[in-house]
Structures are given as C-alpha cells and as structure tokens.
Design a protein around this ligand. Structure first.
Ligand SMILES: C[S@@+](CC[C@H](N)C(=O)[O-])C[C@H]1O[C@@H](n2cnc3c(N)ncnc32)[C@H](O)[C@@H]1O
Length: 378
C-alpha cells in the first residue's frame, strides 16, 4: 500500500502493483522486485549486515526537496553515444523477436519476455525450443509469470562468471537472472578507472546505490576500491554477500548496507563523507526498508543533488543508469530494419529533443527512426 501523501506515486503508470523490473511496492529485488527466494549462505548472516535505516518519519511523506540551483559552466558533452556490449563465453544475446529474447548464460540457454523485440526472430523455432529455462505466464512488466524447465528441473542458481569473477545467476520470480549483462560495459570502465587511480597511489572510495546482487561492488572491490553497497532489500543484500563468497572476495573491504538510498546519501552529506565513484541504477519505483517510497521521476533530482554533494575533491566517475523508460530507438530501428529490408535507402534513428530557448539545455521528448529513400537529403 502506498502511504498517505504519495498520490503522485500511485498515479504513475510505471508504478507496479507487484515487483517488476522497474521497481516494486516492496523493498528490494530485481529492478527492484522483491527477490522471491532466500539466499543460500551469505544471507544467513544478517547480523553482519549494517541496517541503518531510521524509522519512517513525517519527512518521508513530504515531497523531496526541490533541485538546488547550481552555477558553473556547462560540461563538454557527447550525446547519442551507443555503447554496444558484445557477447562472450559467459553471456550472449542469441536472438530476439516476437516479444521474447533468447540468451546464453555460460552454457545455460534462457528464453524470456522482451517487450521491445517487435520484429521476427532470426533463428528458427528449433533453436528457441532448445532453451533450458523459459519464463512464461505474462509478458507484461508487472506480470509475475513463472519459470519452466523443458529439459528437467534446475536449481534456483547456477555459477556464472564475469571477467574471471565467479557469481551466481539466479531464476527470480520476475523473469530476472540476478544480473543485467549490459552493465558489464560500466563495470569494465569502472575497473579500469579504479586500477589507474590505484596505480597512481590513490585510495578509491566507491558508493554503489541500489546495488542489487552486488556485482558492481565486487568488481570495484576486486580492482582495489573501498566499497559501500546500499540496497533496500535484505534479501538482495544477502544475495550480494553470497556472490562475495563465491567470487573469493570474502575479505574485500565492502560495507553492506540495507537502507533507503536517499536517506543514506542524506546522512553521508551530513557526516561529510565523500566518494570518488558513485554508481546508481535506480528503479522506476521502489521502497526503502521502512516503506520509504522511491519514485524515479519524483526523487531522482534530489538524489542527484545528494550524489553531487558527496563527490570527493578528486572524483573519478558517477554512473547513472535507468531502465525506467522501457523503450529505445533501437526497438523502432530494428522493427523498421525488418519491415524495410531490401529497399533502396537508409534508416536514421535517434531521439527527438527540444532545444530550450534560454540557455543550452535540451529536453528529450521521444525517440524516432526514419527511412530515407535513395538520394533523399533532409
Ligand atoms: C535496478 S536494481 C539494481 C540493479 C544493479 N545495479 C545491477 O546492475 O545488477 C534495483 C535495486 O534497487 C533496490 N531498491 C529499490 N528501492 C530502493 C530504495 N528506496 N533504496 C535503496 N535501494 C532500493 C532494490 O532492492 C533492487 O535491488
């Protein structure tokens, strides 16, 4: 149940009645659905976990403070950049189409709903039917669905690997696998940045907000950083701790904190604590451990204000990711590629943004893909 004072949160169509990829009405989980199964080992030591959330107060029922005014130059920029994450032995997107995707995690073939796969699959049905695990039941974001194992029952977890680091893949109730493989691009960039800074004699402090199963925290710790990992879900933190064991990083300096990310950051600002790297991958909708509401479009500005205020004097990187908008110009593009295949001409895809008349700011409105016939210039 949403709390009084959160009508705006309930108005948002992204708000799930149940945990979904984009958030949850309950603490924690896969972006950020409540993880359905208890962790096996690390989660059995909750006393080792720092649970710092203060009781919900009237403050939680107030809208977040407005974005602070800031002065200073506009940063140099590069927009519309596409980072393409290639498959490897550990993960590959094998095919997609008709609202599903076919992936390989190690040797495990998994078939899951993918709303943006509007085109027809490239591989024959015989390949799709070789999946070891199929998530069925409901392709809606809010659908619970279920896993089926056509070749015989499988354990809830299986061993995965990222760049030599072991962790557990996991079948969760809401069609997630305990990892968002495309995040590997950010992990690799962070790993390089940490190693470079460490080689220069620096200590590197990393804050991983909305940290889920902890893979980014483990990559950072392995590269030599001191890591603070924050997630609202005890169970998700338990999964992360289980991954820490499996990765052989039990002694790595990671603080595991079960708390509301906004409250935690506000406390860090008051304490004067700072970080060189901040990662945040907030869901569209979530709950802190005390029922604190997280609504991306309502709370992100204030969250980023806090993140700015905990930047160290010599910051390395802050990575913000959002899956809140479950569409991409690639979805349109691939559909157009499919439909216009063989025609003379070209496709052009991207985002439509409005240039604000005052200053240099632009406002994103929509994504587009257009076919331009042979020789047509616009
Ligand atoms: C999108 S997942 C993060 C995925 C992760 N960064 C990765 O790439 O694997 C969202 C996580 O946010 C957590 N969460 C949701 N609401 C939260 C809140 N108010 N404060 C802290 N964590 C929250 C959930 O428990 C969940 O683990």
């Amino acid at each position: 149940m949403a709390k009084p004072g959160y009508k705006s949160a309930r108005r948002n169509k992204d708000k799930p009645a149940r945990p979904v990829r984009t958030g949850t009405g309950k603490p924690g989980g896969a972006r950020s659905g409540k993880p359905p199964h208890g962790p096996k080992s690390a989660a059995k030591t909750p006393e080792q976990m720092e649970v710092t959330s203060s009781p919900t107060t009237a403050v939680d029922k107030q809208p977040p403070p407005p974005l602070k005014p800031r002065s200073g130059h506009r940063l140099p920029e590069q927009t519309a950049r596409t980072i393409i994450v290639q498959g490897d032995d550990h993960y590959a997107l094998l095919d997609s189409g008709l609202g599903e995707k076919l992936e390989r995690y190690g040797k495990m073939i998994i078939r899951r709903p993918e709303g943006q796969a509007l085109w027809l699959p490239s591989l024959p049905a015989s390949k799709w039917s070789q999946a070891d695990a199929v998530f069925t039941g409901d392709i809606e974001e809010e659908g619970q669905g279920r896993w089926q194992y056509p070749k015989g029952n499988l354990d809830e977890t299986w061993q995965q690997n990222f760049d030599g680091m072991a962790y557990l893949g996991r079948f969760t109730s809401f069609r997630h696998t305990g990892v968002f493989p495309e995040q590997a691009a950010h992990w690799q960039a962070m790993d390089r940045a940490i190693r470079t800074a460490r080689a220069g004699g620096r200590t590197v402090r990393v804050l991983n907000l909305f940290g889920y199963t902890g893979l980014a925290s483990l990559v950072a710790a392995r590269a030599g950083a001191e890591v603070t990992h924050v997630d609202a879900s005890k169970r998700a933190v338990g999964w992360a701790r289980e991954n820490q064991e499996i990765a052989g990083l039990a002694k790595a300096p990671i603080r595991w904190i079960c708390d509301d990310a906004v409250k935690f950051c506000a406390r860090e600002v008051r304490r004067g604590n700072t970080y060189d790297i901040v990662l945040l991958d907030p869901p569209a909708y979530g709950r802190g451990p005390k029922g604190e509401v997280w609504q991306l479009f309502e709370h992100l500005p204030h969250m980023l204000d806090l993140v700015r205020d905990i930047q160290s004097n010599n910051p390395v990187m802050t990575v913000l990711t959002s899956y809140a908008i479950r569409a991409s110009h690639f979805a349109l593009h691939e559909l157009m590629q499919h439909v216009f295949a063989g025609m003379d001409g070209r496709l052009e895809s991207g985002e439509l943004v409005l240039q604000q008349q005052s200053g240099e700011r632009v406002l994103s409105t929509s994504m587009y893909c257009r076919f331009l016939g042979e020789g047509v210039e616009v």
